[in-house]
Design a protein around this ligand. Structure first.
Ligand SMILES: N[C@H](CCC[C@H](N)C(=O)O)C(=O)O
Length: 268
């Protein structure tokens, strides 16, 4: 089997993108893990598979984390799609259609309306999602929400003082989160500037998480901490987030790195 792919990234959150309209490949968890492996495979945080969509001007996108799990949203990858295609496009994932428009050096994506409803995040039982009465060491009372995928947002004084490599997986796997969860820590510098880091469900510490930035912005808005236009600084760079009529507009870089081919069979 020979599969063509394109390596891309959004602020260092990197992807192997396979255009299923050219090369068909059945992506089971083992094959995804083999391709995503940074020692023995190509290496990526997520594997992205594009496919035809019946709606004019749309393209379907499947998202697989490096651990092989398939998920419903990926903000940074959504910005990569118009850059790869060279034109604006509606990207349809399991979470729904997202309008993605080319913007200098990347793209702007309407990420829709955040959902704070406990059983749609989901949580294992009803809670005040604006401030969960839970904690893991110095991380307490997070906001829980879905932006097409589940996120927890902890506001802290110093994100660099948080042992996210240790607490991230503990929280990700907690039984309170039946589908696991992405874990974000954020420090609000002022009402228009936030610094953040993310432990991603199924991928671990990444240089950036687009949906994490959206979730952090929406959580900060809910807590009354942020204005309606904010710069979020992630380890890999900055994203601009704006809220209009309750919808989240995310703008940031997306880069095409190289094209390659995969050949042979995957013994994962
Ligand atoms: N790890 C995430 C998917 C990728 C999200 C991130 N790469 C982004 O840019 O939004 C999840 O399991 O929901």
């Amino acid at each position: 089997m020979t599969i063509r792919f394109t390596k891309m990234h959004g602020l260092g959150n990197d992807f192997v993108v396979i255009d299923g309209r050219r090369d068909s490949i059945a992506l089971d968890a083992g094959t995804v893990r083999a391709i995503a492996d940074r020692r023995t495979g190509v290496g990526c945080d997520q594997l992205i598979q594009l496919a035809d969509h019946p709606q004019a001007g749309s393209i379907a996108m499947r998202i697989f984390n490096a651990d092989g799990s398939e998920v419903s949203a990926c903000g940074n990858a959504t910005r990569c799609v118009p850059v790869l295609l060279g034109h604006d496009v509606t990207v349809v994932t399991a979470a729904g259609p997202l309008v993605a428009k080319l913007s200098d050096g990347g793209a702007a994506v309407d990420m829709g309306v955040p959902d704070f409803t406990w059983d749609r995040i989901p949580l294992a039982y009803a809670m005040d999602t604006g401030s969960l009465p839970v904690g893991w060491e110095m991380l307490e009372n997070p906001v829980a929400l879905s932006v097409g995928n589940p996120h927890l947002v902890f506001f802290v004084d110093d994100i660099d003082a948080v042992p996210l490599d240790r607490l991230g997986p503990q929280i990700e796997q907690d039984p309170l989160f039946p589908e696991r969860i992405n874990v974000n820590v954020a420090s609000v510098t002022d009402r228009r500037d936030v610094r953040m880091r993310t432990w991603e469900r199924g991928a671990g510490l990444t240089r950036a998480c687009g949906t994490g930035a959206c979730a952090t912005f929406a959580a900060g808005r809910r807590r009354g901490l942020l204005d309606d236009t904010v710069r979020l600084t992630l380890p890999g760079g900055d994203l601009m987030l704006a809220e209009t009529d309750g919808r989240l507009l995310m703008t940031g870089a997306a880069v095409r790195v190289f094209d390659g081919t995969l050949s042979g069979d995957f013994h994962a």
